[in-house]
Design a binder for this molecule. Structure first.
Ligand code: TNX
Length: 867
């Protein structure tokens, strides 16, 4: 672990105005920034001092004047913080203000002295509830100085460094937290349950097909091989030809022809038998026959089935051929029959918090398709941004699609999530949107990969970008734009959302709200029409409406609230959702929403069209663990989006250098792998704090009944965007967890899940995980970058322990290798490979590498940890 800073003293950190003239010790992490305009005259360091037992933490911000002249007030230092900071904990002569959401401003009061040239000032503060990793550090610092004339100078970014974290005893989520901070040793112990398997003991394809029969010999594809296909399979044939060309530089002739099958890859439609069952169009099923005599034949029940057969074919190509493409490819002869377990196999991406480019999205779609995922849930709007062009309401994107320093939000929204002062999309991931043409392009791109795009417009909470944009529009005098206001002018309701917004809810009592939705959904439907892609579903959000919203809304007063069992707010939510579902249905689509407000619905709620429920908040002990099953049994179609296993914005493990949230616990790659969609209680071992769950704790929770079982449409991984501040950050959080998600979404129910005895199940699970982890380490990870350009996936840091005078090290995915240095430098692909235990000494740096050369964070093996 990191060495803690020389003690500056606990009480000084609580706000005393310290001047420290010594330079800080070496720092461990540099915050990600997106802007080049920096005022290097002022720089800052954030350092966690400790977490307190009562769900508060103590931290320090050190401001450093690097210039030759004093740093003189007045100035305003803005920054974002995902945890709440208590303004009262900042001592004079500084004053801290909460602007809104995660934006704070620190400024000196009138008495404040300047910071001398080369001097530092330490500002202590208390935050809540916890700070345990790099994602808890403030972000997006920028300075606004004011001339003596009172004129504001242009804002400039202030670089932030994250100081060393304190020792593990201070990194906890209050008194309840039993999850230990990971160490090299704890990783070693966990990794020791795994062992390297010979390549022929690995599943040849991920996700695991229903049945694989090896045949003797090999099948070869070279430039004389032809792709022949039925005319309706042109898209699939082109996809195959194109991918062989791009990846292996093999140019294959492809034409719609009957073909006799010799030296050809033959794509056909037809029924496919799996066991005793015959699969038909719509079942996404395929049979792949690759034998030396008949070459390769892929029969699909539908074009999607053929497409998945092609992806399997790509997956069968040995890794060596990817890395050194030649004039011919050989695969082992094989017969595979395969069909998905679930019809809905989704990945959700939030582009509202931080924008992701079309290019990034397409790369993700390519990788989703390779792993046979078929739903892309595109979270296009939220408090912090609106990302889809709506031609009738241009302010949604001109104002709601940008963030930057602004006194009044008339041109764009205030900064959030580290987006900094510049509203320019080139400089800030806080800004950006998709034009309708771009959106249509993505719809078609996804469709050709058999991926359905589910757009989400998050209402009535999480709607600040729309609320602010429509406020600006309502100021216009040139049109009849007035009635698009989404809040009632006289509404003085007071509330604060989970993300600390005080003005992010649409008024559900105004007709304008539904007219607005009608325009938005109408334009979305229009884009699908122009793309030639059916609009299957529109997701309406519906999550986390803060208590207190609409309480004094004049517009809501006349809405009846007949159910005494529900609060008025809950009834208004339900009222809204029903009306909004009607709008979606009118445009020919199925409505969907997060489950929050569906829990208030009753069996006789009359839906214009019943929404599909995306169920997320299953945190053990919070009371909604069986919500998915209750809703499915009650007649709702359900997509499982369980936070405890499928939230890929959560940190992989409790390591201060590991990015991500952790409100529902930690989610590593094994979490989606072991997830049991049809009996989540199998996964209930300990709660998010690491406390063991009592045996029988969920005995009375609702289980799926047979009809409910039929309504579980599938599972979805969630990439919430708060910390996805670059494509690299997105890829790190996405892979390899998404590969494990695909295994669970596509492959048949695994044997381990069928074992009723927990001990026997654990044994079988460990064995299955070992196989999967081997497939990741030996093949899937190093191939990722060959499939879609450089992919910056996560490689777990190695484990290590000193025993009997030797350093022993191991990896989380067998097949990865470890390289080390002893001179304190970062191990590279040129560093020596760890082959067997090394003589113990201090100063080792270890990193895990895959065959592609991607590496983990470096682990420093220092005393006393491994003594
Ligand atoms: C909860 S899940 C949210 C999101 C956040 C996410 C962060 C859900 C429906 N709402 O707004 O981004 O947690 O993990």
């Amino acid at each position: 672990m990191c060495v803690s800073l020389a003690s500056i003293g606990r009480f000084s950190a609580l706000g005393c105005w310290l001047v420290i003239l010594v330079l800080s010790p070496a720092l461990h992490a540099v915050a990600e920034t997106t802007n080049s305009k920096r005022d290097t005259a002022l720089s800052a360091t954030w350092r966690l001092v400790e977490n307190l037992p009562d769900n508060r933490y103590q931290a320090e911000l050190t401001l450093r004047n690097n210039a030759d002249e004093p740093f003189v007030p007045p100035w305003d230092l803005y920054f974002n913080s995902s945890s709440r900071i208590d303004p009262r904990s900042v001592a004079p002569p500084l004053v801290l203000g909460h602007v809104n959401g995660d934006l704070y401003v620190l400024r000196p009061d009138k008495t404040s002295p300047s910071i001398g040239a080369g001097e530092e000032r330490v500002v202590g503060f208390l935050g809540a509830p916890w700070a345990i990793n790099v994602s808890d550090a403030p972000s997006g610092l920028y300075l606004v100085r004011t001339e003596s004339s009172g004129v504001e100078r242009a804002p400039v970014e202030v670089p932030l460094e994250i100081g060393p974290f304190p020792d593990a005893a201070k990194i906890h989520r209050g008194a309840e937290d039993l999850v230990p901070v990971v160490t090299a040793e704890s990783r070693y112990t966990a990794n020791a349950k795994l062992s390297k398997l010979p390549i022929d003991e690995l599943p040849p394809v991920v996700p695991t097909p229903v049945s694989i029969a090896k045949r003797p010999g090999e099948v070869t594809i070279d430039s004389s091989t032809r792709i022949v296909y039925e005319p309706t399979l042109e898209n699939e044939a082109e996809f195959l030809a194109d991918s062989l060309h791009r990846t292996f530089n093999l140019q294959l002739d492809h034409q719609p022809a009957p073909g006799d099958g010799r030296n050809s890859i033959h794509l056909k439609l037809g029924d496919v038998k799996i066991g005793d069952a015959t699969k038909h169009p719509g079942d996404e099923t395929y049979k792949l026959t690759a034998t030396t005599t008949a070459c390769i034949e892929i029969v699909g029940t539908d074009p999607a089935g053929v497409f998945y057969g092609l992806q399997t074919l790509r997956g069968l190509v040995p890794l060596a051929a990817y890395r050194m493409p030649g004039k011919r490819l050989s695969i082992d002869a094989v017969e595979i029959v395969d069909a998905p377990r679930f019809t809905y196999r989704g990945l959700h991406l939030d582009v509202a918090r931080n924008f992701q480019s079309v290019e990034t999205v397409k790369k993700l779609l390519d990788l989703m398709a390779f792993y046979k995922l078929n739903r892309f849930h595109w979270h296009l709007t939220d408090d912090e941004g609106w990302r889809i062009e709506i031609k009738a309401l241009p302010e949604l994107t001109t104002v709601g699609g940008r963030r930057g320093h602004t006194p009044n939000e008339t041109d764009f929204l205030i900064p959030s999530l580290g987006s900094g002062p510049s509203p320019d999309p080139v400089e800030s991931v806080g800004s950006g949107y998709y034009t309708q043409e771009e959106f249509i392009d993505v719809l078609r791109y996804a469709q050709s990969r058999h991926i359905t795009v589910v757009p989400e417009i998050d209402v009535p909470g999480h709607s600040r970008a729309a609320v602010k944009a429509m406020e600006v529009r309502s100021q216009r005098t040139d049109s009849d734009a007035q009635n698009v206001r989404l809040t009632e002018p006289g509404d003085k309701s007071q509330y604060e959302s989970v993300q600390a917004w005080r003005d992010n809810v649409i008024d559900v009592g105004r007709d304008a709200t539904y007219e607005f939705l009608d325009v938005v959904v109408g334009e979305l439907a229009g884009m699908y029409r122009r793309a030639g892609v059916p609009l299957e579903m529109v997701h309406l959000g519906g999550d986390e409406v803060p208590r207190g919203a609409w309480e004094s809304s004049p517009a809501c007063r006349s809405i009846p609230a007949p159910d005494p069992k529900l609060s008025r707010g809950q009834q208004l939510e339900l009222y809204f959702l029903k009306r909004a579902c009607g709008v979606v249905a009118k445009h020919g689509a199925t409505p969907a929403c997060w489950d929050d407000c569906l829990l208030f619905a009753t069996a006789d709620t009359d839906w214009p069209k019943r929404p599909t429920a995306y169920v997320w908040n299953n945190v053990w002990g919070w009371g909604r663990e069986d919500a998915a099953y209750r809703l499915a049994n009650a007649g709702f179609e359900v997509v499982l989006s369980n936070a405890t296993h499928l939230y890929f914005d959560l940190a992989h493990e409790k390591d201060p250098l590991e990015p991500g949230y952790y409100w529902a616990g930690f989610v590593d790659t094994r979490s989606p792998f072991e997830f049991n969609p049809l009996d989540v209680f199998q996964n209930a071992r300990s709660n998010s704090m690491g406390q063991p769950l009592a045996v029988g704790q969920f005995a009375d929770s609702v289980r799926l009944n047979p009809a409910g079982r039929q309504r579980i449409r599938g599972i979805q991984g969630e990439l919430w965007g708060e910390n996805l501040r670059s494509p690299a950050a997105l890829e790190y959080m996405t892979f390899p967890r998404t590969i494990a998600l695909a295994e669970r979404a596509w492959a048949a129910e695994p044997d381990f899940a069928k074992l009723p005895d927990p001990a026997a199940r654990e044994v079988a699970l460990t064995q299955a995980w070992n196989q999967f982890a081997n497939a990741l380490g030996q093949r899937e990870l190093p191939r990722l970058s060959e499939l879609a350009g450089e992919v910056r996936y996560r490689i777990p840091p190695p484990g290590a322990v000193v025993r009997d005078g030797k350093l022993h090290a191991n990896v989380a995915f067998p097949g990865l290798m470890i390289r080390y240095t002893t001179d304190g430098k970062l191990p590279t692909t040129d560093s020596p490979v760890y082959e067997h235990p090394l003589p113990a000494r201090t100063g080792y740096q270890l990193r895990a590498f895959d065959a592609h050369g991607h590496a983990s964070r470096s682990v420093a093996i220092d005393q006393p940890e491994l003594e």
